[in-house]
Design a protein around this ligand. Sequence first.
Ligand code: NAP
Length: 267
Amino acid sequence: MGRRLGVMGGTFDPIHYGHLVTAEEALVQFALDSVLFVPTGQPWMKEGREVSPAEHRYLMTVIATASNPRFSVSRMEVDRQGPTYTVETLQALAEENPDAELYFITGADAMLEILHWKDPEEVLSLAHFIAATRPGYDLAHFEAEAASHHPKVSVMTIPALAISSTDIRQRVKEGRAIRYLVPEGVKSYIEKVGLYRLRRVGAVGSPGPAGTGAGERGSRGGSASPSGSRSSSAEVSGSDRCSPVAAPPRRPRPRAAPPPPVWSCST
Ligand code: NAP
């Protein structure tokens, strides 16, 4: 029997424990040999919000998966010019892994749209599909869609997917805790580069002008290690969705208080 390779597709903005549990569960339920995480490429406007630069999402994914020898991360979509199409990713992976059966894993809502993706028949011919759902997900809604009845599509309910990237971004924005929702290293990375926060005037590490984020295409190289990556966190802008803010005028320093009087008493 050939290898079974899981391909975990997602925006991962940010990656969280729900994603990691999903990949681990797929590994066990579908007897996969390994799972390759493939963060989506080009930042684009989604649901009225801008997606964080691909380089940040890629690095967070590397950090989150580093301790699992059966997980790895691909730069394939991060480095590809133009929009992300799963068909191109699966074609490339099939070519690189001719002996492997591919299992594409992603969220059920995204997968419901599969028949509207680019070249849906080709997509469905290239892999099996595992649709991950959160608790409380309306399975009837999933089953009402034609894609769910395709013999190559399976559903997997993951309790840990109660965690969502949307909620994490909102929590960071509001200054609420995200510990135990994301791996500690991902939490540190979010804090270090200032992702999901509105920029504070004069904040340490304020990024340069919009457009300098390494998430924009152009950063090439195949390293899956944060330290080995050609782009360091210093090069990427965490808050490139914010426009530059002028620094406030300098205030004169308050003068030091005058020394206390010295008393001299004679008896
Ligand atoms: P999304 O709209 O950001 O996510 C839809 C839902 O699925 C969200 O609830 C999300 O939760 C969840 N989800 C996303 N990835 C997941 C994963 N790997 N495991 C578990 N839950 C996941 O979806 P997307 O990121 O844009 O797209 C998902 C995948 O489908 C990507 O690989 C993308 O390239 C592919 N896709 C391809 C086409 C095409 O070829 N034309 C079109 C659309 C999507 P969180 O927010 O918590 O992650």
